[in-house]
Write a protein that binds this ligand. Sequence first.
Ligand code: OGA
Ligand code: MN
Length: 301
Amino acid sequence: MVWGSDHMALTIEQIGPCFAGEVRGLDLTKPLTPGDAAAIHDGMDEFAVLVCRGPKLDNAQHLAFTLALGPIEQAIGTSLRAVEDNRLSTDFADVSNLDKEDKPFERQDRRRLFAIGNRLWHSDSSFKTTPAKYSLLHAHSIPRKGGNTEFADMRAAYDALDADMKQQVEGLICEHSQIYSRGKIGFTDLTDEERARFAPVRQVLVRSHPVTGRKSLYLSSHAGSVLGQPGPEGNIFLQDLIEHATQRQFVYAHEWQVGDLVIWDNRQTMHRARPFHFAEPRDMRRTTLAGDGPTVPISPP
Ligand code: OGA
Ligand code: MN
């Protein structure tokens, strides 16, 4: 796709198997024009993941670019970092492995062990009543080896279901919580306060994109049960769907360079971090565009 205008044309070239594009001709340090913002949204509708390579942005530039695309979600109460431990303002999810002094967490640090739950396939904020729209992750420093981020196209995964499975998933509602995702890696040491904060929310299993109308599987490791199904049965049903949806033909693996900004649509994709050595700094900062509303109508009190 090419969006012509009086300045350098913004182009997007597909780089993944069935999705994911690389944006060229956009300077992220400059204010985003309305035309370029529209081109990014069009590109997101089509490719679901967009990669922008460029120089490192400061937090203000990263935030300004994000706000030019829409309203943001605040990162409050979603990790085990205490407010006074925060390296970044609540406009950012701190996806780094760094403490307030920019030192990597000790191997046993429970903030680290909770955070590496993002090595499970997931969709951001699927554990919130109104889940996220886009995430915009920017690399400030990267480890020497490992630490890729992988993305999977949930539209292609939906399309590849057979007719019987399409019928089975239609109309299903799942419960999502960070308690479920962390339980899957054996992280169960949560306080009563944390358990209350991470109470499950409901999400539909099949979503339709508001612009393109394409259907996608709304999967996430935060999903732990299916309403109306016995607990373990619903759980394994979801694990099987995740296995189906993350076959290599649906996956784009991003190898980070410092300065990369990767934007993904949480409504149409899942992602996961890949491992790296705990003692090496990996400074990744994320802004998150807010979703339009709950995926399941809120039931009256
Ligand atoms: C995120 C996330 C993966 C990574 O930013 O939401 O899951 O590779 N990141 O850091
Ligand atoms: Mn994530």
